[in-house]
Design a protein around this ligand. Structure first.
Ligand SMILES: C[S@@+](CC[C@H](N)C(=O)[O-])C[C@H]1O[C@@H](n2cnc3c(N)ncnc32)[C@H](O)[C@@H]1O
Length: 229
């Protein structure tokens, strides 16, 4: 739980009034949405750490059955007020917290895909492998995840950074891809953009699908240290 977002929700909304800060962000989410539609998998798309809900609303506008979950009640309040036709529920990156979000659809409702845009960045690194494994448990074969995160350019696996709102970490795209593979996903594509006037750091969007072969026999709960996974 990151209480920072409860205190700074209005500031966050003022700082990021639009869903996307550049065409590649919009296209990455668009490509994810198209991938989910083409997969034909039934079930809900879960927008993990949906924040003020603007990207959840973009997915809903594309006709996807989507629910946004977030641990911050203040962010959820803005999301609900801004997008009254879209569903937002309390929850975090752990699928065990998605009960309320999914039960409105049906008990044991299937999850078709997961979007986690700049929210996994707030999960302590040692918990990330287990979270990815729990997404793989919750998704059907072919179910997609799109993760977006601030990246490190070679060198370290993961480093903390001075995020304005809450503790946060930047990841090597290669290391995130490796953790996804160990959790039972196969990478489909990734984009890595350079820092610019709008973005302090390189940023990565990475799409992976749950592999038919399942997770390789490597314990995903092995964890990692902040300085070297
Ligand atoms: C930078 S905002 C991103 C919001 C939204 N995904 C977007 O792209 O606009 C990060 C969000 O992650 C949420 N968050 C923090 N810790 C989280 C966790 N452990 N699991 C899921 N979401 C979390 C915060 O409450 C916040 O709304």
């Amino acid at each position: 739980m990151q209480s920072g977002y409860d205190h700074h929700a209005q500031d966050y909304e003022r700082a990021f009034p639009a869903a996307f800060r550049g065409p590649w962000e919009r296209h990455a989410v668009g490509a994810f949405a198209e991938h989910v539609v083409r997969s034909g998998l039934p079930g809900t798309v879960v927008d993990v750490g949906c924040g003020t809900g603007h990207v959840t609303a973009e997915l809903a506008a594309r006709g996807l059955p989507v629910v946004g979950v977030d641990p911050s009640e203040s962010m959820l309040a803005i999301a609900r007020a801004s997008h009254p036709d879209v569903r937002f529920e309390p929850g975090d990156a752990n699928p065990e917290s998605w009960g309320a979000a999914l039960e409105a659809e049906a008990p044991e409702a299937p999850v078709a895909a997961v979007l986690a845009r700049y929210s996994l960045s707030h999960v302590p690194p040692e918990r990330v492998p287990g979270i990815l494994a729990s997404w793989a448990d919750r998704l059907p074969v072919g179910g997609a995840v799109l993760v977006a995160f601030q990246a490190v350019d070679g060198g370290r696996a993961v480093v903390s950074f001075d995020h304005a709102v809450a503790p946060a970490w930047r990841w090597s795209p290669e290391v995130v891809a490796d953790h996804l593979t160990r959790a039972g996903f196969a990478e489909v594509w990734r984009t890595v953009s350079r820092s610019d006037a709008e973005h302090r750091f390189p940023e990565c969007h990475l799409l992976a699908v749950k592999d038919a072969a399942g997770a390789p026999p490597v314990p995903v709960s092995r964890g990692c240290s902040v300085d070297g996974c």
